[in-house]
Design a protein around this ligand. Structure first.
Ligand code: SF4
Length: 353
């Protein structure tokens, strides 16, 4: 089922639009310069919508300037105090995220909805297992998929009663199976666009794996119109992981897709180091490109034939291929990373032309 669509600034979510990549700043929002700088870095990495925490009035005040300087639409993340939502709308944000677990007064929500309606911005109803109200937890006080969905839908119904339908829903849990069950359930009940994510997924490696498993299942089932990978790391890393997840499923393409052999007893060059150097040097490339880095000819020649640029290792040396043809033969190991980087830069340049 195609979900309804909402528009966040100039970005469309749902309605069959490409899945939108989001992240969230972790700077102090009151520090305008630091927050704007991080938003710029996120945008450069491919982040299409950025969420910003608004914990107090000073942060809400800073939002005015941040909105004016941000190159992408901003979402104000609101908890507890409805006045901060009103202040964020006034500051010009393109969307609100409300937490049904900690903003419950119907009259206050009505005030927010009226202001959002007048400003023409959508609201994400974002239920989260960490802030689920007691009555939506099980007998042991633990969050459940049913509880997440009930909490979100209760607020959705309130918004609908108030005549508001520019809604995005999320039902994020820290537990992957619970989160998957919640999204599978909510999608049967409403057709608003879905913001998907595994909340508090973990540190860079663990969080990337948990998010990949959870979001991979949902996306493979066609669930998810926008996503955020939550990592205890630089938020730019969240964006990179998000694109890798989308690329793995053939849903979005951005930047270089690396095919790197795992190395084995046949490997005669330090391929792990070369791969790291190549990846770090080419992090700015946004054109979709396949780069194969292979330790030897066993699988190397086949991968080189499929890749835009490839390296096939030999005895302390290697050959660089472009479009399946060898262009740089018997390059000594010390110069291999540089030779691959050069070939990619030349290829990207030719794409630009
Ligand atoms: S491509 Fe060669 S070096 Fe790499 S894992 Fe396969 S056999 Fe080993």
């Amino acid at each position: 089922m195609t979900r309804r669509a909402v528009t966040v600034g100039d970005v469309r979510i749902g309605g069959g639009a490409p899945i939108v990549v989001q992240s969230m700043t972790n700077t102090d929002t009151r520090d305008v310069a630091a927050t704007v700088a991080q938003i710029a870095l996120l945008e450069r990495a491919g982040c299409e919508i950025v969420r910003v925490a608004v914990p107090d009035r000073a942060a809400g005040e800073a939002l005015k300037e941040i909105v004016g300087r941000a190159p992408v639409p901003l979402v104000a993340d609101i908890h507890f105090d409805h006045r901060l939502a009103l202040q964020a709308i006034e500051a010009g944000v393109a969307k609100l995220r409300l937490n049904p677990g900690n903003l419950t007064d119907r009259r206050k929500i009505a005030d927010i909805v009226r202001a959002a309606g007048e400003a023409g911005i959508p609201i994400r109803v974002g239920a989260n297992s960490g802030s689920l109200a007691r009555r939506f937890r099980d007998a042991h006080g633990r969050p459940t998929a049913e509880g997440l969905v009930s909490s979100a839908l209760e607020e959705v119904r309130l918004l609908e009663e108030l005549g508001f339908d520019q809604i995005v829903i999320s039902v994020k849990g820290t537990d992957v199976p619970m989160t998957v069950a919640a999204y599978r359930d909510v999608v049967q009940k409403v057709d608003y666009p879905l913001h998907i994510g595994i909340t508090e997924a973990g540190t860079a490696r663990e969080g990337a794996i948990r998010s990949s498993v959870g979001l991979g299942i949902l996306l493979a089932e066609g669930l998810g119109d926008t996503l955020r990978v939550s990592l205890a790391a630089d938020p730019v890393e969240e964006v990179r992981v998000a694109y890798e997840i989308l690329r793995a499923l053939g849903l979005r393409e951005r930047g270089i897709c690396y095919r790197v052999c795992p190395t084995c007893g046949r490997t005669e060059v330090d391929l792990v180091r070369i791969a790291r150097e190549v990846e770090e040097a080419l992090v700015d490339v946004i054109q979709p490109l396949t780069v194969a880095l292979m330790g030897c000819v066993v699988n190397g020649l086949g991968e080189a034939g499929e890749a835009d640029v490839a390296l096939v290792g030999g005895p302390h040396s290697g050959t660089v291929y472009v479009d399946g043809e060898p262009v740089d033969r018997a390059v000594l190991e010390a110069g291999l990373a540089e030779a691959v980087i050069r070939a990619v830069r030349a290829k990207v340049g030719s794409h630009d032309g």
